[in-house]
Design a protein. Sequence first.
Lengths: 471, 282
Amino acid sequence: MERNLSLNKVPMPSQDPRERIGNFQEVALGYTREMAMQEAARCLSCRNKPCVEGCPVRIDIPGFISRIAQGNMEEAYLILNRDSALPAVCGRVCPQESQCEQKCVRAVKGEAVAIGRLERYAADWYRQSACKLPPRPQPNGHKVAVVGAGPGGLTAAGELARMGYAVTVFEALHLPGGVLTYGIPEFRLPKSIVMEEVEALKRLGVEIMLNTVIGKTLTVDELLEMRFEAVFIASGAGLPRFMGIPGESLKGVYSANEYLTRINLMQAYREDAKTPIMRGNHVAVVGGGNVAMDAARCARRLGAQEVSIVYRRSMNELPARQEEVHHAQEEGIIFRVLTNPVRVLGDDKGWVRGLECVRMTLGEPDASGRRRPVEQPGSNYELSADVVVIAIGTSSNPLIRLTTPGLETDRWGGIVVNGPDGLTSRERVYAGGDVVTGSATVILAMGAGKDAARAIDRMIRAGQAPDETMM
Amino acid sequence: MSLYTIITKTPLSCNACRMEILSPLVAKKALPGQFIILRAREHSERIPLTVHDVNTQLGTVSVVYQVVGAGTRELDSLEAGDSLHDFVGPLGMPTETEGLQKVCVVGGGVGCAIAYPITRRLHEQGCRVHAIIGFRSRELVFLEEEFSRASDLLKVMTDDGSYGEKGLVTDALRALIEAGHRYDRVIAIGPLVMMKFVSLLTKEYGIKTVVSMNPVMVDGTGMCGGCRLTVGGQTKFACVDGPDFDGHQVDFDEAISRNRIYEDFEKREHEKSCRLFRQEVR
């Protein structure tokens, strides 16, 4: 097989921007077999595998890519699946440019190997080809509970199920997937893929209890009384943060969580939807992360004439994935950077009519190492808007904290863990993902789920749990 | 039996209906003042409803609803023996009843369905309970007997005087306070405007007042933030901090405005569902 020495990635086919702003179908269409094999041939199969270092779940990246290059797609998938329960998801939503692809040797001169696109290709190929199911693991007689069916919880459940544990996942909402279902829009991650990944876990024996809020319907202690030998809490981030500026209660101001939940979980974008959403002509989205990009691109698809991202730092500091920023720009989203809202303006009936903003400049670096945005006095101006979406992150959810005695939390309400194992201050109770770190990424939650699953396995096998009484 | 089976469905008045739903886990935990969220069918809206009653032996939870829009119409199309698609709870914090000596519970309209279990719980705890329940007119009155059994004094008010006394619940409350009754708490549950005026009245007399808020909500578990209210100048979330709040601190005008966000949508959907309903009947 000949190595492909092109400096650039094989381009990803995608829906034309003019067309896609009128629908919610997936934007990136995926490689063909030929494209995938051509791109895979760009991998140098370095012996020291720097890309693997950049992967939170440490996938054998050169391993799966070499199988694609050989045209052995099934084996490529099986290698992926050894370390990732959700490869079709990660291939689509991971920030590869700051993880695996950042470490790629090819990136020294030219573009990195398109690891994410290849991961997606192998995972999609496997789903679409009627491959025989992996054998159901031999039960080991131990039970583990997972709280939350999002990326962290599903990953932990998959890891544990493959080791033979009987795993029950408790989910508060009426559908599994967590942020993959309620947060990330259909055009970036089709819900059918999320549901298929969940089905794959069910075939491994994972049980999912929907409509069950831990901290309300059942408590963590009750789960332990129900003979679960360990509990992994991956309940996600919590209450949306607002800016604390006047006018945030006006009609037309949404948290990104609410806006996206209405659109994604409740499918408010469909004509026949039972759940309403304010569509708006001028939509302003405050924030610069992936969630802000998702909200802005949804607003565009819901028919808004003008959609702005309002972000207080510059384009260079935008925390969103490059691809999302790029796609948003293609879709005509206006980036009002170095701009900070100071007040939401309303009409006499309580509806939003605009956003008063102030221009910013970048000053000295702050504690995070990023240059601190500083207001330019007197530069206030009014931005017309009938819908404002606040996408500046979330704070912690109180439900588990308030109902689990002895569970240590930090001053922001996040659960404190003892490092990568995810063990909390309570015996047999582990936690990971946003509930520990605050708003972060899908893949970091998955990494935490994987690490916690292994720690739980070690703990149970070491017999630290009082399992004579549990069996 | 499948999950969330409707065990009984009982009309309470010409527009209020009680549904008793099988959900043993929720029944085991639910306390007066808490709420559940249900979805009638696979693509239905999530509807939050405050718990009306629980039967821990049967493992059932009862809610009372009135058909106000497309969502409740869809719920109302289900009958005993059918199952709800989703049912989750109990959500929110229970109403505080411990240690109270003398309380006046004020219910308005369908809010009486929630006021009732609180009244009964206070009564069972040995608290002296006065209840004032208000309706627009005679044919809307429900739960009168139950309230009568669970309270030391009951006033039934109707706006048009077609039953009980003519007047608003605030008229009755003022009369009781003026007659010398010293309440250590007033608990008001009903339309926002009613709760606002009850709170304004009790503020005059310095009586601590708790109201049960029912803002627009999606997940109900502290995720979406749609249910935010301004209470004492701070943002609070009804689903996890409430739904009960200090009536003297709630910004009712803001809450009333926010509850109208989807009025147009609901009107359209309601008309659509009425048309469909008529077609089906034909």
